[in-house]
Structure formats: structure tokens, C-alpha cells
Design a protein around this ligand. Sequence first.
Ligand code: CP3
Length: 369
Amino acid sequence: MTAQALDGLLLLKNDIFLRALRREPTEYTPVWLMRQAGRYLPEYCATRKRAGSFLGLAKNPAFATEVSLQPLARYELDAAILFSDILTVPDAMGLGLDFVEGEGPRFERPLRNEGDILALREPDLADLGYVFDAVGEIRRALDGRVPLIGFSGSPWTLACYMVEGGGSSDFRTVKTMLYERPDLIHRVLSVNARAVSTYLNAQIEAGAQAVMVFDTWGGALADGAFQEFSLRYIREVFAHLKTEHAGEEIPSIVFTKGGGQWMEQLADSGASGVGLDWTVNLGAARRRIGAQCALQGNLDPVILFANEAAISKAAREVIDSYSDGRHGRQAIAGHVFNLGHGISQFTPPDAVKILVDTVHAYSADLAKS
Ligand code: CP3
């Protein structure tokens, strides 16, 4: 082991999340939550107000560091995630990102015709410097408490926003283009795949200790189209990703919302872990792909609106489903507890404490017995 690697290990006080992704036996199940830094926390809303806007917050490394650490001050989470957004990449490609209050993201210059698409280029990494600065600053602020996760949108999910110009309920514009002019969509996806792998590698070099690819809209595709337009480019991203930095292994996670039926193919995409939404039976998923990949998930985020008894019962059921009647450290090995999608902005903060504490206590008991 190099001196640098030894340094990294000594600095990390809690590496249980990284060990779970390597499918090593752990003393309890690590937990973090998608969108753990966000509007359900009053302190997040206060910082956002000071920053003036969501983009003012995300583009300022000092503010981004502050909000990344906020959930860790409240809960015993086992990982931190970079505070940023998947849409910073198309913004840096010149599409002009704006967040309209109460409406979500909007691009001023979406990709609407062949000319727009032929002119599309990978971003200049210098325009994303604020992201890498935030990664470095969050690592320093964490001081080895837990690992830091970097992330990006998948090439397909980014393309959805780039062509639609914002969110959509049916992705009519991008899917119509996909059916009529697949050549144009493939061009966007190739540029995105190169941009995403370069972007994630730069996050890794800046200090991200694991990376996650959010394929939020992969599940909007028909079987067949998913493989051709989403999975193929996710594979390309992983093929170009650094798997080691400063002597340490960098694990990766892929999450296709609504992608349960394709879990074997996602497990074979090059990721170390597969994120699953709440529609999937976790025990069955472990039997199908657990020998190949770690699994992340998969509690229904809406459970956090229910009472304490219901939250802790549902959390125990996820752990029971994964461990399938077994006991000991092997029973929980390879599981990273998470929600099946991002936490809702209306979630009561106290519910998150109940969840995190239940996951730790219940899985530790199971691992011991
Ligand atoms: O997980 C974290 O805590 C890290 C930060 C993070 C954000 N967005 C912050 C954010 C991450 C990982 C994302 C990813 C992201 N962004 C995804 C993929 C994950 C998913 O949820 O499926 C997507 C699809 C986006 C695009 C995006 N960003 C949308 C659709 C919106 C609007 C959502 C809404 O409810 O208004 C955003 C804005 C956004 N990104 C917020 C946060 C905390 C809320 C903005 C605010 O403070 O007003």
C-alpha cells in the first residue's frame, strides 16, 4: 500500500459505506438518503435564502459545503453527497439553466433541431470548476468523518432535460425525436457520455470517494429503447471511469428509476452497486444480482409521512427482505440502505432520525446474532 493510500484509510473514520459497496461484511447496514441535503431541512432553506437562489447556492462552494454537511449534523448518516445538481453539465454546455420558482428547471436554449444538436459540444471543465472546488472543500470539512459521493445524471436523463427544456410528464418531445430521428438522439447521447465520464473523473480527482449515476428517466423508455438509448451510454460512462484514485478504489452506483426489470443488465454495466426503487423486492434482487453487485435502496420515500411505528416497521422489512431470514454479518453484506427515490421536500425532519436510527440498531442486532 502506498503512503497516500494509507493516509486515506487513516483519515476515514467511517468507511462502512465503501465496504458495503465492495460487498464486504459490515457491523451494521450503512444508510444515506438521496436528496438528503434539501428543502425538508429548515437550515437548508435558511442557507438558500442567504444564497438568493438554488443556483446561487449550488455555484458557491462555501454554501454548497455548508448544506452538504447539514444532514450529517442532525443524523448519523454513513455518507455525504456533493451538493450540486445533474443539470450543471448541460448548463456548462451553454443551454442556459434557470430554476423557475415553483416550476423546477428550465433551459433557455433547449436542443430543438438538427442545427442545435450538431453544434452541441462537451463542456469546458473550467466552467464546472465550482463543482470540483466544492468537492475539495466538502472533503476538508468532512475531515474523514464519512466518505463523499460525487454524482452525475446519466446521458439519457440529461438528454431528456436538454431536449424538453425542462421537466415533463410524458417526455413527448425527446421520445418523438428518438423514434423519428434516432441518429440525432444518439449524437446527443455520445456527447453526453463523454461529458459525464470526464466530469465524474474530475470529481474523483477533486476528492469524491464514490460516484453515482442518476438515470432518473431510464424507466420512461420501452424495453429495447432502454438498452439502446440509456444502458449503452451508461456502460460507456463506466468504461471510461477511473476505478482508483490516490491508491484507493472508487466504487460506483447506477440508479435507473423504474428499471427493476433490467437489473441484471444494470448489474453488468460496470457499476459496483445498483440502486433500486421501492417497487422492487430487495430479497429477490439479491438472489438475481447480489453475487455481482451491491444493492442500494429501497424504502418508499412516502413512508416518512407515516407514524414512528410504521416507519420503523417498514425499515426493518427492507433489511429483512435483503437478509432473507439469515443472521450475522454476511446476512447484511452488500446492502446500502437508502430510499427508493429522493426524499420529499415536505418530509418531517424527525421522521428521518427515526429511520436512520432504526436501520443502524436493527441491522447491528441482526449482524451480531
Ligand atoms: O442528494 C443530494 O442531497 C445532493 C443534491 C442533489 C440535488 N439534485 C439538489 C437539488 C442531487 C443528487 C440532485 C440530482 C437531480 N437533480 C436529479 C436526479 C435525482 C432525482 O431526484 O431523480 C434530477 C432529475 C435533478 C433535476 C432537478 N433539480 C429537478 C427536477 C429539480 C426541481 C425539483 C423540485 O422539486 O423543485 C432540481 C432542483 C434541486 N436540486 C433541488 C435540490 C435540493 C431543490 C431546489 C431548491 O432548493 O429550490
